[in-house]
Design a protein around this ligand. Sequence first.
Ligand code: F6R
Length: 614
Amino acid sequence: MCGIVGYIGHRNAYPIIINGLKRLEYRGYDSAGLALFNHDLISKKTKGKVADLEQLFVTKAETEGHIGLGHTRWATHGEPNDINAHPHISNSGNLVIVHNGIIENYDAIKQTLIQRGYQFESDTDTEVLVNLIEDVMRNEKVGLGKAVQMALNEVVGAYAIVVFDKQNPDEMVMARLGSPLAIGIGEEEYFIASDATPFIEFTKNAMYLEDEQMAIIKRGAEPDIRNIKDDSKILPYIQELQLSLDQIEKGGYEHFMLKEIYEQPNVLRDTMRGRVLPEKNLIKLSGIDNYLNKFLNADRIIMIGAGTSWHAGLVGEYLFEELARIPVEVEYSSEFRYRNPIIKDNDIVMPVSQSGETADTLAAIKLAKEKNAFIYAICNVVGSSIPRESDSGTYTHAGPEIGVASTKAFTTQVMVMAMMALKLAKEKGTISMSEYNLYLSELAQIPEKIEKTLKTDLYIQQIAHFYKDATNALYLGRGFNFPVALEGALKLKEISYIHAEGYPAAEMKHGPIALIDENMPVFVIATKKGQYEKIVSNIQEIKSRKGKIIAIVTEGDTQVKNLADHVIEIPETLEAFTPLLATIPLQLLSYYIAVYRGCNVDQPRNLAKSVTVE
Ligand code: F6R
């Protein structure tokens, strides 16, 4: 959470930072701020969005400088207001800092600093940190880099920070523990950001700080990278970014979420490219090939994730168990990390994450590593922390997902799991060759079938209009489509603020049925394959209690059509792959309902795209 942008070099830092912050707003958007040095320090901040911040910078002098930093916030300590917004400035007025993370022992440090005469304006842990750095500089008579290092060795918590001293505006210091920080390297200039999107048009060369690393950057000099704890020097590992600018722009769609829903056929083709090869009867996944014995001997897969990624893990459970006959457990990372989980030699721990930065999932991986587990990550963001912490894995290749509500990340995660389960099923001989070929050719057709499903868009808009004023909603599914029901409900609640719950359809009788009346829309995934007759009975139970039924059915269905108030048809596919199709209309429904309700679809309230605090 929170987005950081910094620049030092020969260009004007202001537009780089403002535009960069706009790209990082998905990380938090309750307040924003920017500081520049131009003869003196100029620092402004405000509650609200980056667009509100922009209004505060008016004159030429205020919008020029060759060193600067900016921040877009998702509040942890202190309510979102002007004072708590970043940057924070030290008591002397010299040091300026932006911070993403939480300093857990900030209160004790604050009390000590108060006794030494420091004063605090805000409720934030960050203002404490910048004054601690100043205190170290003053008492130990050291430069900024050393002071940052010494101060960080006193704090407990998580951080990505960037700081500079207005008395030495040719140097910037940054450090990371638990929150991401990328450094773009240009000709005698450096860009610093929470991810690479703010500087993609300026340089393709980037390095990522690892946990417990800091960098001292000076104009025209090589970055000085150090281990925060022991001060050892680290050689920079510079990589070439694959990201392009049009991948992160809206491309004519009103919202990123809609663009990302519509991108799904193509990104799923990317997920399969060079991997699913039906003409050779082959699935190539180097991550598995390199560790084939581990997978062939696996007694259990433990999936860990949060939110939508956890839902993808649940679909994975059905896929791996059905096809490859490997037992699967799916755990919330936030629960797993605080239990004392039993991990055996032949278990595989499989984190699932779009961002690759989710704090709970990272902590769960660290715990699993302490127990000597083999970690196989399914992740979207290349080079992010989760794949770096893992032994092996598969990237989903969904491209940047900017809309806070996950769409293409989910379907690509499910696609990766389908490829993995199918490949392992063949290797283990748990399905016949003819079944394997059928699955493989069906998998290859999924993008085309999603294209067809997307043609229901206009009809879905009508349904969305009909239910836009609902206050509650239920989502029901069975088998492979039970996680789809959970995901459908999550999508609706997070962007339209309608209370929604997902259930296995048969569980309805054990409680939720009490909620059903003529005002309750019930979204049911009732595709032909699987337990169709059973779900038809569930629909009848809803109907007899006057609930409104919106059913996702297989093309040509007549039985459910006669019972439901609205039906949305999706093409026929194998039961194991229905989640890839059934999810699409539910994404569109949530999107249009939220739009009709006037909600901010791409940046729903209280949420952030990348949850780097626990
Ligand atoms: C919901 C959503 C979140 C994320 C969750 C995990 O639409 O996006 O529930 O799925 O915060 O994030 P990642 O996948 O980045 O670990």
